[in-house]
Design a protein. Structure first.
Length: 259
């Protein structure tokens, strides 16, 4: 951590080198001086405070690439501890699964015996996916995800591009992103037991037949022919917010932009 005056701190993620947040009553954003050698903390009630940082790259890091660990929160052990140090680190971070720590810190041994005290370790984060920054997504584009890109949050299976329109995010069309996606609603018209229990909606119809195909009408929705969906006489269990794609988009954006 880098400490400034008036108890203002900049928390540093050890893996990504990104500034996560600032903890201060009235601390303005940190900036570099004109020679890129100093971190400048600007206060509303005091003169700027400068802290020398020997290597700017250590703080701001490089652009995160697919496959990198995208760390969102880190903690440290401040003193010697007995037993499994992974468990101790998990307790310090108030998380229940110490196994997650090993995934986020691949250099650590199984029991964290090689952990260094007073050194930050990642306890909350994820493996960075391949993001569709060019707006192209899905299987034709190395399964790039639309999550977290400006082009839109839903991968349209008809165009394999990202978008935010109702058609892009609609069940049966949205392959992945902030929709239920192909794993829940088929985007190729195939469904049921032999197709990962995919269900039918949107342009494919509301019923999955016992033959594993989507459609509407008696051939698909009658009691004798219907495997899942809006089968005649049966209640179709659906996940919440099935058609509320605006809710999903806004909720996902709030989470993404809060980091």
């Amino acid at each position: 951590m880098v400490w400034g005056r008036d108890i203002c701190t900049a928390a540093i993620a050890p893996v990504t080198g990104l500034i996560l947040k600032y903890l201060c009553r009235e601390c303005a954003p940190v900036r570099w001086d004109d020679q890129n050698r100093w971190i400048v903390y600007e206060y509303a009630e005091a003169a700027p405070v400068c802290v020398l940082w020997e290597d700017k790259g250590r703080l701001i890091g490089n652009k995160i690439e697919a496959g990198d660990i995208n760390c969102r929160y880190s903690v440290m052990l401040e003193r010697e501890t007995t037993g499994d140090r992974c468990v101790a680190l998990a307790k310090a971070a108030h998380i229940s699964r110490s196994s997650d720590i090993l995934k986020l810190n691949p250099d650590l041994h199984g029991d964290c015996a090689n952990i260094k005290y007073n050194t930050g370790y990642c306890v909350e984060g994820f493996i960075e996916p391949l993001r569709a920054y060019d707006g192209k997504c899905g299987p034709p584009h190395k399964n790039a995800t639309c999550r977290g890109v400006n082009a839109g949050q839903c991968c349209n299976s008809e165009t394999w591009t990202c978008g935010d329109s109702y058609d892009d995010c609609a069940p049966g069309t949205c392959y992945e992103g902030i929709c239920f996606g192909h794993k829940w609603y088929t985007t190729d018209g195939l469904c049921g037991e032999n197709h990962n229990e995919s269900r039918c909606r949107g342009k494919w119809g509301d019923c999955c037949s016992i033959d594993g195909k989507c459609g509407s009408g008696a051939d698909f929705c009658s009691k004798s022919r219907c495997y899942s969906g809006k089968c005649d006489g049966l209640k179709d269990p659906e996940p919440g917010h099935e058609n509320d794609w605006i809710y999903l988009i806004m909720n996902e954006r709030r989470k993404y932009e809060s980091y």
